[in-house]
Each structure stands twice: as C-alpha cells, then as structure tokens.
Write a protein that binds this ligand. Structure first.
Ligand SMILES: C[S@@+](CC[C@H](N)C(=O)[O-])C[C@H]1O[C@@H](n2cnc3c(N)ncnc32)[C@H](O)[C@@H]1O
Length: 254
C-alpha cells in the first residue's frame, strides 16, 4: 500500500498527497557480479539509509561543504564525473534502481570518490523528510523519465507541487539544473520553473529560456547517441531567490 505523508512545511502544497503517483517504476534488472561486490565493499560507507527524519549533512560527510542533491542518477555516469570534478562539494544522490546503485558504488570504488553518498529511495520522500530547509547548494535532475504517453504525463517528476517544496530546500542563490532530450518535457519544465515565484531563470529570452550546457555536465553515452540521431537536449538552470532563514536564537548565522 502506498501511504500519503503529511506536509512538512506550512503553506507549501502537499507533495505527499500525490504520492500514489510515482515518477518511477521499480524495474527488475540484473545486478552484475562487480556491482554486487561494490554493494558489499562500498555499501556500508557510501549508502545512507532512508530515515523519515532530518539528517545532519555535516555529520554525514564528516565535513561542512556545499551539498548538491541529484535525483535519479541512473547508472551514475554523470554523477561520478561531476563528483570527481568538484571534490570540494558533497553529492547526495538518490536512485531506486538497484543495478544503478551498484554501478555508482563501483565507480566510487574505481575512482576513489569520497564525496558521494547514495540513498536508494524515492527522492521525493528523501527531500521531504531527510533534508532540512535551505540545506542545499544545488539540485541536479538529468534526463528525468519523460513518460511520453499522454496518459502517463502525470507521472513526470517535475510538477508545480514538487518544485514548490524542492525550492524550500535550496539556499538563496542556490541552483536547480534540469536537462532533458524530450522537447514537450523541456517545455513543461520551463513552464513549471518559470511559474515558481522563488525561482529565477539564468537564461535570457534570446535562448527561449534554455541555458547553455554547463561545463560540468558531461555528454553521456546515451546523450551522444541522441546527438548522432539528430535529437536535441535542453538544459534549464534556475536559481533560488530570497533571503536566508533567520538563525535560531543563540546560534550564529549560517
Ligand atoms: C531516464 S533515467 C536518467 C538517468 C540519469 N540521470 C541519466 O542521465 O542517464 C531516470 C532515472 O530516475 C530514476 N527516478 C525516477 N524517479 C525517481 C525518484 N522519485 N527517486 C529516485 N529516482 C528516481 C529512475 O529510476 C531512473 O533511473
């Protein structure tokens, strides 16, 4: 049974309310011997169990550093590339697909990446329950499932209630970066992000609201194949407006 979850922030639409509709299906897929070994060897350190309560990111990474949330990393190709490029940042990466989680654990081992933690759970619940307000410096959502058929469009991850809640987890000035190769979904993302009052587009009107591909996002095998076939890719980069939350009494700013 799928439970609904009460809203965690007053005044923010209840994302939990629509949780009966998920943005993913739990696919069965073969986990390779290498991925299984990576689960055994790397899992204890790099897998963070889902908990329905807020986590202390400084304690999780044993350091205080800017933290980027990634939703749906697939096989983790872009994730590992970016984490290697930015060792000074923490990456909190959510994926539900077991072979994908195994694949990223394997990359962590092969590339000796210390700045990634993986939560194998629905990222919407992770965001709602584990992440404190204004705790993130960025969010990456690369090639979210497009759910092409009209009757499945409601499964798309990027919808107004989710974005309204997601932006509350961003610090002022922090960014949300989405990329998709499905034009109708790019248009939907642009519409949803543009309508969110706390977000500001970094792209100007001359590019129809789409951003140039940021240098850190690699061209993955999947994307290269699309480019060869003449498909387009759209990047959208928005930043969060607003001022920092007031510090609790007796605490310093931050
Ligand atoms: C089309 S794949 C893209 C993977 C990867 N970002 C890439 O660029 O290759 C989308 C992935 O998002 C995952 N996903 C979808 N909704 C999710 C959610 N709510 N929480 C965690 N993962 C999710 C799916 O399992 C799938 O692996």
């Amino acid at each position: 049974m799928i439970q609904t979850i009460p809203p965690s922030s007053p005044g923010v639409p209840d994302v939990g309310h629509r949780r009966a509709i998920r943005s993913f299906v739990r696919r069965t897929g073969r986990t390779t011997v290498g991925q299984a070994k990576a689960f055994d060897d790397m899992g204890p350190k790099f897998l963070l169990p889902y908990t329905p309560s807020a986590i202390d990111l400084t304690a999780v990474y044993a350091r205080s550093a800017p933290t980027i949330l990634e939703i749906g990393f697939g096989m983790g190709e872009a994730t590992a590339h970016i984490a290697a490029l930015m060792p000074e940042k923490n990456f909190l990466c959510c994926e539900v697909h077991t072979p994908g989680v195994g694949a990223l654990l394997k990359r962590i081992s092969e590339q000796a990446l210390g700045n990634i933690r993986i939560v194998q759970h629905d990222a919407v619940q992770v965001m709602e329950h584990m992440l404190p307000p204004q705790s993130l410096d960025g969010i990456h959502i690369f090639f979210p499932d497009p759910w092409h058929k009209k009757k499945h469009n409601k499964r798309r991850l990027i919808q107004p209630p989710l974005i309204a809640q997601l932006v509350t987890r961003l610090k002022p000035g922090a960014y949300l970066h989405c990329a998709t190769d499905w034009r109708p979904y790019a248009e939907q993302i642009l519409e949803v992000l543009s309508a969110e009052p706390l977000l500001k587009n970094t792209a100007d009107a001359s590019s129809e609201g789409y951003a140039p591909k940021p240098h850190y996002r690699p061209l993955t095998k999947f994307e290269n194949r699309g480019i060869r076939l003449g498909h387009g890719v759209w990047d959208l980069v928005f930043t969060r407006l607003g001022s920092a939350a007031p510090s609790p009494p007796g605490r310093g700013s931050g």
